[in-house]
Each structure stands twice: as C-alpha cells, then as structure tokens.
Design a binder for this molecule. Structure first.
Ligand code: DQA
Length: 143
C-alpha cells in the first residue's frame, strides 16, 4: 500500500511553531516513528507553503496512492481550489488537524475541504496522522 501525507502552510515549522498548540516534536521525527510502525506501507511525504504546489502534488498522487492524509493548515478554511483538487483525483482523503479546530477561533470552525474528504480527525495531536494511516491499512473500514 502506498499512502501520501501532505502538510500545508507553516507545518514545516512543527516543533518550533506555537508548541503549546502543536507540540514540540518535528514532523520529520514523528514521520520516522510512523514509518517504522508501518513497514509494510510506503508513506510518501510532501509539505508546501504554496497552494498551487499542494494542488500539483495532489494531482501527482493519481495512479500511485491508495489514500491521502491531508493537513491543509490554514488553506482548510479558505481553499476552494484544494477542495476541487480532492474532488478531481478520486483518491480517498482523510483530513487531519493536530489541534482541535472546533475549540479555537471562529474562522477555524469552517473547513471548505471537509465535504470532499472521507473523514476528519482533529485535536488528537500528531497521533491523528497515525489514526488515518490505520484507517487506510484496515482496508478503508472502521474495523
Ligand atoms: C491546523 C489548524 C489550522 O487552523 C491551522 O491554520 C494550521 C494547523 C492543525 O493541524 O491544527 O496551520 O491545520
């Protein structure tokens, strides 16, 4: 199985950025742990701060990945273009947020991508990415 984790703007600064909200672990460190827990899964990783680059990467997953785990960062709340990209690629996407977006500012309570995703995980820290991997590994079921 091949999965892709895609992180959007400012998530390159995990470990440094607002650690009281996002924790003190870098994503690279977390990813190494995640990959070692799922040696049978090829977990590709892409991060960009640029909306169009995220869209190009989502397109590039076509024909390659069986699932995408997407933390679109602040684009979650604004980007119809990323929502359209999810609709266009016909690959199941799980939306992940490290923080509990529903417990924060009003503008974070709307996700314009949520209706295009198979599900959303929010507020469980970095663990959310692993839960999403687990979802895909268990054949896309909730088993
Ligand atoms: C985030 C939540 C977003 O509102 C924010 O803009 C981010 C990170 C999260 O993982 O909690 O950049 O997606």
């Amino acid at each position: 199985m091949q999965l892709a984790i895609v992180n959007g703007p400012n998530l390159n600064l995990l470990g440094v950025r607002e650690p009281h909200i996002y924790g003190s672990q870098t994503f690279e460190d977390y990813l190494a742990q995640l990959r070692s827990k799922y040696p049978q899964v090829q977990i590709d990783y892409y991060q960009s701060n640029v909306e169009g680059e995220l869209i190009n990467y989502l397109h590039s997953c076509m024909g390659k990945c069986q699932g995408i785990i997407l933390n679109a960062g602040a684009y979650t709340h604004t980007s119809i273009a990323i929502a359209d990209a999810i609709s266009s690629i016909a690959i199941p996407v799980v939306e992940v947020h490290i923080s509990n977006v529903l417990a924060r500012e009003e503008y974070r309570k709307t996700s314009v991508i949520a209706t295009k995703c198979v599900g959303s995980i929010s507020g469980l820290g970095m663990k959310g990415y692993e839960l999403a991997v687990n979802y895909f590994v268990s054949n896309g079921s909730m088993a």
